[in-house]
Design a binder for this molecule. Structure first.
Ligand SMILES: NC(=O)c1ccc[n+]([C@@H]2O[C@H](COP(=O)([O-])OP(=O)(O)OC[C@H]3O[C@@H](n4cnc5c(N)ncnc54)[C@H](O)[C@@H]3O)[C@@H](O)[C@H]2O)c1
Length: 320
């Protein structure tokens, strides 16, 4: 049974990765400090360590267990928090990942690291989407800079220390278990608002696009990246894969689709455009299709309907 460690396995995407890997027959260990994740999200068959990725205990665990795969999803995910406190963001997102990579190096195990990067904010407004992996990068936030920095470290550790790593660059992930509070994904926020019978707030003209990809599809991409043969190690981008649908969908369209799925007529209200917000962002996932055999399977309307149904059950207290 291959041994896998999922960091951030109590979180939104990480918990779906845990469920899928258990179903595929992996022996799964989870590390999470529960800063945003929930213990209830972790499947019972997984072992759980409540520790932070910057800790000595974490490095020791990685050295001792010599995992076959480490899916690294733990991180600070809030772009606004990274702007307010870039040091805190870099401490978790860069130094926490380096702690992991150094521990793998010291363990001398043949561990494959799957790093969850971003396709949504890595390329910035520099290019005309759909963005291809090799396009120039223009990270516009400390969060995106941290993700890009880690990708450079992965490429470097690959060349110099023969570390086996891959970066999956997600679009805008949505689905069950996403946190509807704070600055989370717009789908979760809109589901929460519809269920509270409150208006859906759209910033600017609502025509800004994002690549909305269903969490089950994303979990499958992590599994494929963990198990498939990869291209030669090399420079940045050599082992990076965009994970998205290739289509940009406007926020206004998301609001309308969710109103339809929920059979709700809560109003849509407009608020001033947020400074620095990217206008268009969607990715070309052709490389993931060719190399990993990954294509998204859940159509947007179906994914939104599933997601709203989950939030509705959760609100009524019936969800598990
Ligand atoms: N949600 C998206 O649309 C999206 C897009 C691109 C990339 N990603 C990346 O995917 C990963 C998972 O994101 P998510 O949306 O599931 O967010 P999430 O907040 O639900 O998951 C992150 C998990 O990491 C844990 N964590 C945070 N800091 C930690 C630390 N120092 N030590 C141990 N655990 C820690 C949290 O408790 C949480 O369970 C992140 O790396 C994120 O940057 C997400």
């Amino acid at each position: 049974m291959p041994k896998v460690l999922v960091t951030g396995g109590a979180g939104f995407i990480g918990s779906h990765v845990v469920d899928l890997l258990l179903a595929k027959g992996f022996d799964v260990t989870v590390v999470d400090d529960l800063s945003t994740g929930k213990r209830d999200n972790i499947a019972r068959q997984a072992r759980f360590h409540e520790i932070g990725v910057n800790s000595k205990e974490f490095a020791q665990l990685v050295r001792d267990e010599r995992f076959d795969v480490i899916a690294h999803l733990a991180g600070q995910i809030d772009v606004r928090k990274s702007v307010a406190d870039p040091v805190a963001d870099a401490t978790i997102n860069i130094l926490g990942t380096l702690n992991l990579m150094e521990a793998v190096k010291q363990s001398d195990a043949k561990t494959r690291i799957v790093f969850t990067s971003t396709g949504g904010v890595l390329y910035g407004d520099f290019n005309t989407p759909p963005n291809v992996e090799t396009y120039p990068k223009d990270p516009e936030s400390p969060y995106a800079i941290a993700k890009l920095s880690v990708e450079y470290y992965l490429a470097y550790y690959g060349r110099v220390h023969q570390q086996d790593a891959v970066a999956v660059r997600f679009g805008n992930v949505y689905g069950p278990r996403q946190d509807p509070h704070g600055e989370a994904g717009v789908v979760a926020i809109f589901c929460g608002r519809i269920l509270d019978d409150r208006p859906l707030t759209v910033f600017g003209d609502g025509l800004q696009t994002r690549d909305y990809v269903y969490v089950g599809d994303v979990a499958r991409a992590v599994w494929l990246a963990a198990t498939k043969p990869l291209p030669e190690k090399g420079r940045l981008d050599a082992r990076a894969f965009n994970i998205g649908t290739g289509e940009g969908t406007s926020v206004l369209e998301i609001a309308r689709l969710l109103q339809g799925a929920a059979r709700s007529n809560v109003p849509i209200e407009f608020a001033p455009r947020r400074p620095g917000e990217q206008q268009e962002s969607f990715v070309d996932a052709g490389k993931a299709s060719e190399v990993l055999g990954w294509v998204p399977e859940i159509a947007l309307a179906d994914g939104l309907a599933k997601t709203f149904a989950w939030f509705a059950r959760e609100t009524s207290g019936a969800a598990t």
